[in-house]
Design a protein around this ligand. Structure first.
Ligand code: AGP
Length: 372
């Protein structure tokens, strides 16, 4: 009913709007006044966490994209090798697991059969499993050794939005906690990240306030057949997520690529007026990546692409090559997906509406996939 949707036309719009709160709720009580993480609820002992020699993340769909981003954070902040795998592929390749492997299963519903089978396989090999889950008491956390709940609240729309942002928050917390417990790289950078994380919901709110041009752009592209998405580093999984949202909701051909791969094939797809969304890393710090992506934007534009550029406020280098510029607030590199994903959700939702599609219940899809 309209009341359930809180005045919004669709649950998806309501859930997109709830993201600042979902993010804040997922952080609540997990960072103390001194800026340390308090994750005692994760019932795997500090000594066990110190023994971990490999992290393996298993998940499907949007949760898998959160896992891809988590890998960057875990390896950078903890120096523990981290693999990410589609849950449906995991057990069939006889993965190398042991008592010192920490397997993280990410699932909004907690009922995804592929993810459940992957975690059962991991536990059979003697690995510890930590679930990151949004649904209290669901099967995946019940069968795991420990759980860190995301506090997104119920997500009704089939296309995941607020659950994704809270999965990212939970992954950052786990990565930072592992770093804290193990004492690796625990310094100024980490404290600064924790500080930025505790303010990030306000930045998500600011992004939401500036979405009208994104909606207008989406409507203007309603008759297109294809949209491509490019990103690097953590922007690459963001590109994959933007493409998945568009497939699910707008039923359009959409693909995400690592921008560095363009020249290895996908650049052949570029033609006159093809919309290409580019997620640009921050110009600060990792400026090598920034410069490389700016030349990618130049290259595709020279071949006629219509460039839709998502870039940090104050990034002037992209301006000459952006047919459409979507600004996001500056964040530490690894946290950028929390703000960069939001315009892509709005974009897909509006395109679906413009194409007359059912936003909350896309064809052929179920909210949770309880068969393998
Ligand atoms: C995302 O928009 C999807 N509908 C889908 O990919 C989903 O993320 C996937 O099925 C995993 O679901 P889960 O998080 O409930 O395990």
């Amino acid at each position: 009913s309209a009341a359930e949707k809180g005045g919004y036309d669709y649950f998806m719009l309501k859930e997109i709007a709830e993201q600042p709160k979902a993010v804040a709720d997922t952080l609540l009580g997990r960072i103390d006044a001194a800026g340390s993480l308090t994750l005692d609820e994760v019932r795997i002992s500090a000594s066990e966490l110190r023994e971990v020699d490999k992290v393996v993340i298993v998940a499907c769909g949007t949760a898998f994209h959160a896992g891809l981003i988590a890998k960057y954070a875990i390896e950078h902040w903890t120096r523990i090798p981290c693999e990410v795998e589609l849950a449906s592929e995991f057990r069939y390749r006889d993965p190398i697991l042991g008592a010192r492997s920490l397997v993280i299963a990410i699932s909004q519903s907690g009922e995804t059969m592929d993810t459940l089978m992957a975690l059962r396989h991991a536990r059979e090999q003697g690995s510890k499993v930590l679930a990151i889950c949004n649904t209290n008491g669901s099967t995946i956390p019940r069968e795991s050794d420990a759980v860190l709940y995301t506090h997104a609240g119920p997500e009704v729309a089939v296309a995941s939005t607020k659950a994704f942002l809270t999965q990212l928050v939970a992954c950052y917390l786990v990565a930072l906690y592992l770093g804290q417990v193990r004492g690796t790289k625990w310094g100024d950078e980490i404290s600064a990240v924790i500080r930025d994380l505790s303010h990030i919901s306000g930045e998500v709110e600011r992004v939401l306030e500036t979405m009208e041009p994104v909606r207008a752009l989406a409507r203007s592209l309603a008759s297109k057949d294809t949209v491509l998405f490019l990103g690097r580093h953590v922007g690459y999984p963001v590109a994959l997520e933007g493409a998945l949202k568009l497939k699910e909701l707008a039923y359009m051909h959409a693909e995400g690529f690592a921008a560095g791969e363009l020249k290895h094939g996908p650049i052949a797809l570029i033609e006159e007026d093809l919309p290409v969304v580019v997620v640009v890393p921050s110009p600060r710090g990792r400026s090598v990546l920034h410069d490389k992506i700016v030349s990618n934007i130049q290259e595709i534009r020279a071949r006629g692409a219509r460039t839709i550029v998502i870039a940090e406020e104050g990034d002037e280098a992209v301006v000459p090559y952006a047919d459409h510029l979507i600004r996001i607030p500056a964040t530490p590199t690894l946290l950028q997906p929390l703000v960069a994903t939001v315009p892509l959700q709005v974009f897909a939702c509006e395109l679906a509406t413009a194409r007359g599609n059912e936003v909350d219940q896309p064809r052929n899809l179920a909210k949770s996939v309880t068969v393998e």
